[in-house]
Ligand binder design. Structure first.
Ligand code: ACO
Length: 325
């Protein structure tokens, strides 16, 4: 029996031109290239220009995704933009992108699940497409984390970067068997008991300021691998696929040690793991679509490939998605 699936039509990304290296950071705070590379795998990150906002990054990624998909922006009837660094408290950054794309129908909203934002956005969009609420969607992850960093705090400012990535999804009838393309399963989790381990110390309702990112890095690290592998096991159980079946593992890019440990625990071969944290740093909700775009452009991810996404972030939130390209 045929089944409605959210099939990926195309993707794109955008990185601000300014590259900030570890060597430059070492002139700003008491750190070194050696410390950053050894603990995180990060060598450089991109930083948005003065006046360049999350919506600007998101728009560039969305335009690249639409062009890659070969679809007219006006055929999009849903935009879900995952971000924790919106242009303004409201309206949603998604409506700015919607207007810039010349779309005046359908719905557009922001989704906030910090680094898990893109996986959350995929899951929500998949539900809306399969229910018939919309037909063709843009899912965007876009961040300007440089704007919420305390640039005097070496324990956090070396970890993050700015960027955006997007994909176009469409509700399509698929055969209803193992050849089905599109989103096969998604699994979302959160546990607010951990909210003080990774947070921003400001907000409209509390301090009336934007605030700065604060993190107990070691505590986050301690939970990360177990949470990531748990939610990937859920994806495997739901589909019958296992580590051997997947072609590409595209994890949230927070820290190379977390990625390596997770892949090892799951039995995913290192050559199947897409790593961009060395060049992008942690771009939060943008990291997965950015890594995906790199792996598609260099020819790794091809039509028919089974691609596994996972993310874990502030909240804590975490999640997985398994997609047949
Ligand atoms: N340069 C040099 N030294 C540093 C730096 C730095 N940039 N930062 C911290 N140190 C020092 C510390 O002060 C400490 O010194 P001490 O021993 O004299 O006290 C020492 O290095 C070790 O610090 P730890 O915090 O224990 O180092 P750790 O090995 O845990 O690495 C790190 C820190 C990289 C942050 C790691 O804990 C980590 O990656 N955690 C996970 C972060 C993460 O993945 N976040 C993802 C979610 S992000 C999101 O959702 C927005």
């Amino acid at each position: 029996m045929t089944q409605t699936r959210s099939v990926v039509l195309g993707g794109g990304s955008y990185l601000p031109s300014r590259v900030l290296t570890n060597a430059e950071l070492a002139r700003m705070v008491d750190t070194s290239d050696e410390w950053i590379v050894q603990r995180t795998g990060i060598r450089e990150r991109h930083i948005a220009a003065d006046g360049e906002m999350t919506s600007d990054l998101a728009l560039r990624a969305a335009q690249a995704a639409l062009s890659d998909a070969g679809v007219d922006a006006r055929t999009i009837d849903l935009i879900v933009l995952a971000t924790s660094t919106p242009d303004q408290t409201f309206p949603a950054t998604a409506v700015t992108v919607q207007a810039s794309l010349g779309i005046d129908h359908g719905a557009a909203f922001d989704l906030q699940a910090v680094c898990s934002g893109f996986v959350y956005a995929l899951s929500v969009t998949d539900s809306m497409l399969r229910s018939g609420a919309c037909k063709r969607a843009l899912v965007i992850g876009a961040e300007t984390f440089s704007r919420i960093l305390d640039w005097t705090d070496r324990t956090t400012c070396v970890l993050f970067g700015d960027g955006a990535g997007a994909i176009v999804l469409e509700a399509q009838q698929q055969p209803g068997n193992v050849t089905d393309r599109g989103i096969l399963t998604t699994h979302l989790r959160s546990d607010g008991r951990h909210k003080s381990k990774l947070y921003v110390d400001g907000g409209p309702s509390s301090t009336q300021t934007v605030g700065h990112l604060r993190m107990e890095g070691r505590a986050v690290f301690k939970h990360a691998v177990a949470m990531i592998t748990d939610v990937i096991d859920d994806a495997f159980k739901a589909t019958g696929y296992g580590a051997d079946s997947i072609d590409w593992f595209i994890p949230h890019q927070a820290n190379k040690r977390i990625i390596d440990d997770s892949a090892k625990k799951l039995g995913i071969a290192p050559e199947k793991v897409v790593i961009t944290v060395d060049r992008h740093g942690n771009t939060s909700a943008a990291s997965i679509p950015l890594a995906l775009d790199v792996a598609r452009k260099d020819g790794r991810v091809k039509a028919g490939d089974l691609v596994l996404f996972e993310a874990m972030g502030g909240g804590f939130t975490w999640g997985s998605a398994l997609v047949r390209w």
